[in-house]
Design a protein around this ligand. Structure first.
Ligand code: AHR
Length: 491
């Protein structure tokens, strides 16, 4: 199979760093026994797992969403502040088990500061009220002599946290959600929350709940589009068939494009897409299996194919750089996590390595790229509720993006070979003067289901080599089932 790839020296705008964001929820072992574990020898004095912090810092988490997800809909932030011994133990009736509230707003903000991440808080539209949301905003962002700002200072945090990103609710379109409502009801709540929250702190950015449903999204955008900054979309996929899993990248692309077309149709150019939950989720119906005391764990054993899915999503977000300006992998640790913990050990999954590949080896300026490759049609069965199958035409075997890092004068050509055989590429860099040697970084493995585990934590990792380059056109061979980034230094 021969593929022709042409990179053109034409700049197509900036890629927002925030597309490489993450999400942590009080779900299973994501927070407790995940990022936060006072008993682990790997934790610092605050209970933060240092090995996780180091791994996440390597892939530079720009934004971190918390406390949910579904959990956010029944979360009352005041339960999680003040002296830890006085915080209430409560039922986590969303995901099961006991919520000790040992990790609350102050701990989350410290955690974000440690990572260098912007905090992104989701307010409750389930059991929560507008009063509570405003009080939370005051607690976090204000320096006034008023009750909640004072409470933060009394808790030892004199400087306001200046939390910029606020999500108004989570997935309230779904009957599984506490606070489930109609699009019109949500649109009106959103208008109210946004109006009053921005009235209290006009520097905040608001993320509205999108439903990946044009009727819902239109209603929300028409009613409150002038007030909001982002509209969200969530996508979970995963099939028993390899191509069904990797092709779901293009199902996501279709859905993102549909949402983009609604925004453009309404001429709401200031509204950007926040792809604030995305991942592979295979076993939705079996999620309570193997869990303790009915607590939902959702611990997916991510393999090479899932890393390729993540790489594909990054390429799609590069292509949609104008509109998709924030994204949060769901989730960071253990529950649907790209990092797994067992006792004091951690394992980095292929999804983590896909982040490493794109965060550290691609640029933030998009360049024009044409790809002429073979394509296939697919009908795939996915395990995710509500989307039993999807049908797609013309799915590419090879996809990629070209980016430029202004600081290092590096042109990065990212190429994904979803095909299970080697692929030959004719790469045309005409008009771009590159140095004679390039560095290549590759995520690959010997089988779609190959993965890292606690016995073999490093089976899948990025491998690198040096390539001799030429001017104009050159030949490349891509390994089967691989995501590669070639860094060319410009003369
Ligand atoms: O990420 C797991 C759950 O998936 C989130 O809590 C929810 O928003 C989504 O349905």
């Amino acid at each position: 199979m021969q593929t022709y790839v042409r990179v053109k020296p034409e700049k197509l705008g900036k890629i927002n760093d925030m597309i490489y964001g993450h999400f942590t929820e009080h779900l299973g072992r994501c927070i407790y026994d995940g990022i936060f574990n006072e008993k682990s020898s790997k934790s610092d004095s605050r209970g933060f797992r240092i090995d996780i912090i180091e791994a996440v810092k390597k892939i530079k988490c720009p934004i971190l969403r918390w406390p949910g997800g579904n959990f956010a809909s029944a979360y009352h932030w005041q339960d999680g502040i003040g002296p830890v011994e006085k915080r209430p133990q409560l039922l986590n009736y969303i995901w099961g088990g006991v919520e000790s509230n040992r990790f609350g707003t102050d701990e989350f903000i410290q955690y974000c500061r440690e990572l260098g991440a912007e905090p992104y808080l989701a307010v409750s539209l389930g059991t929560g009220t507008l009063d509570e949301a405003i009080a939370w905003l005051e607690y976090c962002n204000l320096d006034t002599p008023t009750r909640y700002a004072k409470m933060r200072r009394e808790n030892g945090h004199s400087e306001p946290y200046r939390v910029k990103y606020w999500g108004i609710g989570n997935e309230v379109y779904g009957p599984w959600q506490v606070g489930h409502c109609s699009a019109a009801e949500y649109a009106e709540k959103l208008r109210q929350y946004t109006q009053f929250m921005k009235g209290v702190d006009r520097s905040i950015k608001v993320i509205a709940v999108g439903a990946d449903n044009p009727d819902w999204d239109m209603t929300v955008l028409k009613h409150a589009g002038h007030l909001i900054d982002y509209i969200s979309i969530h996508e979970y996929h995963g099939s028993d068939d390899y191509f069904g899993t990797v092709a779901s990248v293009y199902y996501c692309e279709q859905r993102l494009k549909l949402l983009e077309s609604l925004i453009k149709h309404l001429r709401l150019d200031h509204v950007k897409i926040s792809f604030d939950e995305w991942n592979i989720w295979y076993k939705i119906s079996a999620e309570r299996e193997g869990s303790e005391k009915g607590t939902v764990l959702i611990e997916e054993p991510y393999a090479l194919k899932d890393g390729l899915f993540a790489a594909g999503i990054f390429v799609v977000m590069h292509r949609m750089n104008d509109t998709v300006q924030m994204a949060n992998l769901a989730q960071m640790v253990n529950a649907l996590g790209m990092i797994k913990t067992k006792g004091d050990e951690i394992v980095l999954t292929p999804i983590y390595h896909a982040f490493d590949l794109f965060v550290n080896h691609t640029g933030r300026t998009r360049l024009a790229m044409d790809i002429d490759t073979q394509r296939y049609d697919i009908k795939a069965r996915t395990f995710v509720e509500g989307r039993n199958s999807f049908q797609l035409k013309d799915v590419p075997y090879i996809d990629g993006s070209a980016t430029y890092d202004e600081r290092r004068s590096v042109l990065s050509v990212a190429l994904i070979n979803y095909y299970q055989k080697e692929a030959d590429i004719r790469l045309d860099l005409s008009g771009l003067e590159v140095k004679k040697k390039a560095d290549r970084y590759v995520l690959t493995g010997s089988a779609p289901d190959e993965m890292n585990d606690f016995d073999n934590p490093d089976r899948i990792h990025l491998v690198s080599d040096e390539l001799a380059t030429g001017t104009g056109e050159m030949n490349l061979r891509l390994a089967p089932m691989s995501a590669s980034v070639i860094e060319f230094t410009l003369e």
